[in-house]
Design a protein around this ligand. Sequence first.
Ligand code: AHR
Length: 337
Amino acid sequence: MSQGREHNNMKRWLPLLLLALVIALGAAFLVYFIRREPPAPPAGEHVTIVGFSQLGSESGWRVGNSKDVIAAAQRAGVELIYNNAAQKQENQFDAIRSFIAYQVDVIALAPIVEEGWNNVLQEAREAGIPVLLSDRFINIEDATLFAGYVGSDFLEEGKAAARFLQRKTEGMPRVNIVEIAGTEGSTPAKQRASGFRDTLGGDSRFHIIHSVSGDFLRSKGKESMRNILGQFSEIDVLYSHNDAMTLGAIEAIEEAGLVPGRDIIIITIDGEQGAIDLLKQGKINCVVECTPMLGDLIMDLSQRLARGEEIPRVSHPVERVFSEFDEDVLRIPPRGY
Ligand code: AHR
């Protein structure tokens, strides 16, 4: 009789006990993964400290780049001091000076524009701290003020955009192009414009009828395209220097009652998920990849610099072009940014 009651009690409590066990295991799993610290260096070994001056958060690309650098530092066991300059060069100067005061081992700098870095980089040199440029380049008389550059080949991106256009417009007698460019004075804006023009230069069919800076911002891309549509009626092509501006411009094109990708050929640069989705839908014709996943390269080069090793002057990631000419467009895997 009492054995039967005990058995019944067991039957009632067993599911609860199992549930409690599952919750406890889940909690232990979460604690392990959330609180996992970067791998500890062997006793006595110095942890590399990198000060990273990020230029801002203007695009999905930039947000993806920041996340990737932070995650790569974790993976590499590097102590990262991250500063976001909110699109202001003066904030980058302040960040670099604070890294010098903190005596970091390496400064990684994503410079918003090319000019104006001489003084602050002299200060880094006097403090004996090597500077690694990431993503964008600088224009400086003494090129030994930075140890190396890691980032995309922006000139090649402009050329790739032009090569797609040549193929797409074969047989058209005249091609009217409007360009929404990136931040004035920044490397990608300068080189994407040059590469594009260099490649189309010899062919008199191509006319860049208007070029304006959209500062790599979605809101300015939309505003610029709205103005352009109000000014010009014969537009064959939009060449936009990044996806954020392209997504804004496409909104303006659709609001004007036109079909992007059909009424206007759309060429963009970056490869954010949003742009790849529109390529799959036929609203974008070509996406030239510019990868923000530079974190592992930055950490590897920084650790080499911290050990006093030489690094290559220029390191480019491998990149590709996605376009309506590819057979596998629908199978492009998730981009992660
Ligand atoms: O410097 C890289 C460019 O900056 C990317 O194309 C753009 O999206 C970002 O804002």
